[in-house]
Each structure stands twice: as structure tokens, then as C-alpha cells.
Ligand binder design. Structure first.
Ligand code: ZN
Length: 136
């Protein structure tokens, strides 16, 4: 949401996640205390944030505070699904790809070059923007 480079891993891929974090200098965000207790973490080679809350808004606040992030960094510039930078796309090009009501009411669209998902500034975007503003 904030535009930071972020990759999602499901629980079955710990070793691949840790290898990638080490290779690419990434910070691991997890609720899994077993990861926090690994030697790589306790020795300081791998930075891990143990997420404390069940609530997504509090989880985001913890990450923003822990890493000193700017919640207005580059909002909604990266695909929420696959982490690719979004590209602007002309309205005419999405005519058959978005619901008719959206096409009628929205003029600006972004497309993910990875998964081809189309983004626009609808009600979901407005709700997420309000949430980001509440952090600032
Ligand atoms: Zn995508």
C-alpha cells in the first residue's frame, strides 16, 4: 500500500524466505517466534520484526514505527498482489477489463505488468488512503 518493495511468503517457505532476505538485504516481518529465535537472527545477520498484534492497522503501525517508514512514501505505486511497479494505462485500453460503472466514473488507471491486474481510485483505494492518512 505504501509503495515499499515487499514480498509475501506463506508459512511453508521459511527457508526460501530467509535465504532471499539474506541475499537481498530484506527485513522479515513475521508472527512466528521460531524464526525470531534462529541463530541468524539472534546473531544479528538477519533483521526480523515479530509482529505483535492480530489487527492489520496495528501491525502496519508497528512496522512503520520499527523501520521508520514514511506512510506517504509512494502510495499505491506497487501491485498489492505481486510487488511489481504499476504503469499508467490509457482509459480506452481498459474499457473491456473493468466494470461499466467504474469505466464511467474513473479516468485514471494503472496496470500491473506482472499479473495484469487493473487498479483505479475507487472506494477501496479511498478507504486505504484514509487508513494511511491516519498513520501520518
Ligand atoms: Zn501484479
Amino acid at each position: 500500500m505504501m509503495g515499499y518493495d515487499a514480498i509475501f511468503f506463506d508459512g511453508a517457505e521459511d527457508s526460501r524466505m530467509i535465504a532471499m532476505a539474506l541475499a537481498e538485504g530484506r527485513v522479515v516481518l513475521t508472527r512466528d517466534t521460531r524464526i525470531v529465535n534462529r541463530r541468524l537472527v539472534t546473531s544479528g545477520q538477519l533483521k526480523v520484526i515479530l509482529i505483535e498484534s492480530d489487527r492489520p492497522d496495528l501491525q502496519m503501525l508497528q512496522v512503520i514505527d520499527s523501520l521508520g517508514l514514511d506512510c506517504r512514501f509512494k502510495p499505491f505505486t506497487v501491485c498489492l498482489e505481486c510487488n511489481q511497479p504499476l504503469l499508467a494505462v490509457a482509459k480506452e485500453q481498459v474499457k473491456d477489463l473493468v466494470p461499466p460503472y467504474v469505466f464511467k466514473t474513473q479516468n485514471q488507471y494503472m496496470r500491473c505488468p506482472g499479473c495484469h491486474r487493473i487498479y483505479w481510485r475507487g472506494t477501496h483505494w479511498q478507504a486505504m488512503t484514509r487508513q494511511l492518512d491516519s498513520f501520518g
